[in-house]
Write a protein that binds this ligand. Structure first.
Ligand code: GLN
Length: 547
């Protein structure tokens, strides 16, 4: 049975709880332990799949097709452990499962209550797969004291009580604000936060304190005394230049040692941090810089494209260059000439998205990249827009469009090069969908295999002919246009194994122009950059030498 670390937060949100959890996971791995990370979110959506990226940032998709919190992306990037649908849960999912059981009559006439029915459901969730790893790290979303988080806090309290002694510990992340007027770091908010936690029966074993300034010994002692933790379990978390410094920084501050001490694991196995030292070296010692424009729709919130930004950074690390990302709102190109904005960039990336707004701008960006021979990576919607562009401007179909944008008009008015997929095969089973289906969880989701064409650029980039990548979309390129497009230089170089669904397109006569129907960014790691991103940045680096 795994040991459990529960990670909670206090004082304010956005302190980097997800990052601290992920870094702790990486450090435990560095000491030879196996880990799995898990997120419990108090909101009532069943999953974040239906939320706008503006609300909740990117939706991270797992191999087994769950739409989850973006923190799962951090977990994967830091530990390399592929997240599963059972690594993310919300109040919404817990309640809907409780209510389903109630309707089925599973509770045998009992009155259904938060304690014990909801808390039992949460505890059952915590134990899934617990025999597979040494440590299970469970992060509770939100901050202590939030009304909607209470059932989760109560559940982890019970869980800790019910397990044998020494099997669960609690780590609490807070903020020490710097008050300029008095020139002091303040510990009072942390004291209050811990008091709140203790009032619901949870005593933290490790306290992680975010702080802009070094924490003086005196304040550390005060925190230990008033929060009832050992002085060496008060861990400082300073602002970092790169998130990938976090494992080394937390190790320096003694986080992994404090956690192992709290479990009584002694002597602690020595850590091997070579992987993170190499990562830090690549991040902090680049030998050049490339400028990449991301032409998207949710550009005001960088979290909306979190994994893409990270994957580009990894691509930079593979090539020892810094990747400077500039966010360009696609809608600008509906009135402005893209050349005026995009000239001077070494590569252009058009990410995924939903709905019509901004799509004509993305099509213009794809055209600019194709015609000017600037490296182009189109992801999901970014691939679909590149296909529409090629259909319109190369294959002589000026009315090419997507059914996503014009359900009503029927097929008379435009050529549905991108169509709404109603039926497909997953794991040898047929999946059927209708336009009127629920929005939540009904896309083509999760890992699917693609076969790559011999001699294509992607086969060379991946170094193999069979890949598995994660999907999240409703629409597809219609193969009925394959011949017309290939005749004009847009090649279908990756297909689903049954040959029905185009997975990758590339422009032959171009230094680097690739569109993928899936999301490669979700599988990139700092210590194992995704081949597409590594090669895309390599092409950008070459471009930077030309301009
Ligand atoms: N909106 C498009 C679809 O559903 C693309 C989705 C995406 O970019 N993830 O097919």
């Amino acid at each position: 049975m795994a040991r459990y670390v529960f990670i909670t937060g206090g004082v304010v949100s956005s302190l980097g709880k997800g990052l601290a959890s992920a870094a702790l996971g990486a450090l435990l791995q560095a000491r030879g332990f196996s880990v799995r990370l898990r997120k419990l979110d108090p909101y009532l959506n069943v999953d974040p799949g239906t939320m706008s990226p503006f609300e909740h940032g990117e939706v991270f998709v797992t191999d087994d097709g769950a739409e989850t919190d973006l923190d799962l992306g951090h977990y994967e990037r830091f530990t390399g452990v592929a997240a599963r649908s059972t690594d993310s849960v919300s109040s919404g999912r817990i309640y809907s499962s409780v209510l389903e059981k109630e309707r089925r009559g599973d509770y045998l006439g009992k009155t259904i209550q938060v304690i014990p029915h909801v808390t039992n459901e949460i505890k059952d969730f915590l134990t899934i797969g617990a025999d597979e790893v040494d440590f299970m790290l469970c992060e509770i979303g939100g901050t202590v004291g939030d009304i909607e988080g209470l059932p989760f806090f109560e559940a982890i309290r019970q869980f800790g009580q019910e397990r044998p002694r020494g099997q669960c510990i609690f780590m609490h992340l807070t903020l020490l604000p710097w008050i300029a007027a008095s020139g002091e770091l303040k510990t009072k908010p942390t004291q209050h936060s811990v008091k709140e936690l203790r009032s619901i029966g949870i005593a933290p074993d490790v306290l992680v304190c975010r702080s802009e300034r070094p924490i003086p010994e005196k304040e550390r002692e005060k925190l230990a005394l008033f929060c009832n933790v050992r002085p060496d379990s008060v861990i400082a978390a300073y602002d970092l230049k790169s998130i990938y410094e976090a494992p080394l920084a937390y190790h320096r501050e003694g986080l992994d040692q404090a956690v192992l001490d709290a479990f009584g694991i002694s002597p602690a196995p020595k850590p091997n941090l070579a992987r993170w030292e190499d990562v830090a070296d690549r991040i902090f010692n680049p030998e050049g810089e490339v400028r990449v424009a991301i032409v998207g729709k949710y550009t005001q919130l960088e979290d909306a494209y979190k994994s893409i930004a990270e994957a580009l950074t990894h691509g930079g690390m593979a090539n020892r260059v810094r990747v400077r990302i500039e966010w360009v709102d696609a809608e600008r190109f509906e009135t402005e000439d893209p050349a005026r904005v995009l000239e001077g960039f070494h590569a252009i990336l058009v990410p995924g998205g939903f709905g019509e707004r901004g799509t004509e701008g993305k099509i213009s960006a794809a055209r600019f990249a194709r015609e000017r021979k600037v490296p182009y990576l189109g992801i999901c919607l970014g691939m679909q827009m590149a296909v529409i562009e090629a259909a319109r401007n190369l294959a002589g179909m000026p009315r090419a469009g997507s059914q996503e944008f014009d359900h009503e008009a029927g097929e008379e008015r435009f050529e549905p090069v991108i169509f709404h997929l109603r039926e497909w095969i997953k794991d040898n089973q047929k999946i059927a969908r209708d336009v009127l289906d629920d929005k939540g969880g009904t896309m083509r989701l999760g890992a699917y295999t693609a076969l790559l064409t011999e001699g294509s650029r992607v086969a060379e980039v991946y170094g193999t002919h069979r890949i598995e990548e994660r999907h999240r979309h409703r629409y597809e390129v219609d193969i009925k246009y394959r011949e017309a497009l290939e005749a004009h230089g847009l090649c279908f170089s990756g297909m689903s194994p049954d040959g029905r669904l185009p997975e990758i397109v590339e422009v032959r006569d171009h230094p680097w122009f690739i569109g993928v129907q899936f999301h490669p960014e979700l599988k990139s790691k700092p210590f194992a950059p995704h081949p597409l991103f590594a090669d895309f940045v390599r092409a950008a680096k070459e471009m930077s030498r030309l301009v």
